[in-house]
Design a protein around this ligand. Structure first.
Ligand code: UDP
Length: 245
């Protein structure tokens, strides 16, 4: 959405220079306009993968809004001379949009996570944000031949916002592929957020988030992620190389 914002270029991925309040205001605008929009919450891991994967990079650069999900992206943006004030993470965005949705009477659909998790997340969100409409939920472990039925369920539910929690970058490919046929005003990839909303997984404590070491908390609480985080030194190196080029 070129008319909207200034952008950073981080390893060939665009990132919009917006804070949380500005993103929520933009989403309000998107919901009112009712054209299918794609929002990506970008972290260092995905930016690094995208540098080597032109298809993913193109999806990111064609998305309507890309927010700095990880502290690595905020760090890189500032290192490269842009002004990025704060992280706009998938989970914080989800909560903020549910709060706004409760006031505006928006409907949301939750797609993703293990069977039962999206329903649990939905129950928690409607308890926490009375006025928010939960239009539907579906787990994220479906076969290719089930996709048509899921798309039809989402179309029938006609939400204002579709949260897709299939993990990155699968959720980005999913949204890009189906957003036109879904005609949902706002589709957002939110990674593992439904697990946290449902209470299956714990988010890092506030002090760790404030100290910008949420990634470390995640690494310690889910050691199996270490392989994925090996990409981070490469990300730092590539950003420094971009800065000096
Ligand atoms: N997931 C899914 N379908 C799949 C694979 C994963 O719905 O085929 C879900 C998984 O249950 C989890 C989320 O996608 O809820 C991925 O979480 P992760 O923390 O790995 O995502 P990230 O935030 O790192 O992208």
């Amino acid at each position: 959405m070129d008319e909207y914002t200034a952008r950073a270029d981080i390893l060939g991925c665009k990132v919009d220079l917006l804070n949380m309040d500005e993103v929520v205001a933009l989403v309000q605008h998107m919901v009112e306009k009712r054209e299918p929009r794609h929002i990506i919450t970008l972290n260092a891991e995905i930016a690094c993968i995208a540098q080597d994967n032109s298809q993913l990079r193109e999806i990111i650069n064609r998305a309507d809004l890309v927010t700095p999900d990880g502290i690595g992206i905020v760090w890189a943006g500032n290192k490269l001379g842009y002004s990025l004030s704060e992280r706009v993470t998938g989970i914080d965005l989800l909560y903020n949009l549910c709060r706004q949705g409760a006031v505006q009477g928006w409907g949301i659909y939750l797609l993703g996570a293990e069977p039962g998790v999206a329903e649990k997340a939905a129950a928690r969100l409607s308890e926490q944000y009375p006025g928010l409409k939960i239009c539907g939920t579906h787990h994220g472990y479906f076969a290719e031949e089930e996709i048509d039925a899921i798309l039809e369920d989402i179309r029938q539910a006609a939400p204002d916002i579709l949260f897709v929690a299939l993990g990155a970058p699968r959720q980005e490919f999913f949204i890009q592929r189906y957003k036109e046929s879904l005609q949902v005003p706002v589709c957002i990839g939110v990674g593992g957020s439904l697990d946290v909303v449902a209470g299956i997984k714990k988010r890092a404590p506030q002090w760790a988030i404030r100290l910008n070491i949420e990634w470390l908390y995640r690494l310690l609480s889910e050691p199996s992620r270490w392989k994925r985080q090996l990409v981070l030194p490469r990300f730092v190196w590539r950003v420094l190389r971009q800065r000096s080029s």
